[in-house]
Design a protein around this ligand. Sequence first.
Ligand code: HEC
Length: 120
Amino acid sequence: MRGLSHAALILLALSVAACGSRAEAGAQRALGERLFTRHCASCHSTAPDTVVVGPSLAGVADRAEQRVAGMDARTYLETSILDPGDYVVEGFSDVMPRRFGETLDTEELRQLIDYLSTLN
Ligand code: HEC
């Protein structure tokens, strides 16, 4: 029992040391998630295989990498948000709003793409 709690203490010390950067990353993710809830969640779920109006965005970070040959994931995600008509996901209608280039500023767009990039 004593040995166990000693190991637990070491683990605790290690996680406290890592805490600063992790808290920062967590705060950034929360900002992106809040934007997602406000602007996107009415049509997109992040639960796997759950279609609302648009496709589930579970795993979109991995998918985005393969959607368009030669296009990296971030560029694909950005294009999907700013010019949704450029690549329409098979089986869905081209109904995603075109206004995100006006409603989101550059910083919000970055936070949103950062958040989507965690959905892998
Ligand atoms: C009115 C409903 C609606 C809203 C709001 C909406 N989308 Fe979409 N979205 C869709 C539909 C429908 C598709 C599938 C057709 C297409 O590709 O345009 C889609 C496709 C996508 C794709 C491509 C997914 C893939 O697997 O390739 C991404 C990424 C995406 N949306 C992100 C977002 C983000 C981020 C927001 C919020 C800023 C958002 N959408 C808001 C309806 C919506």
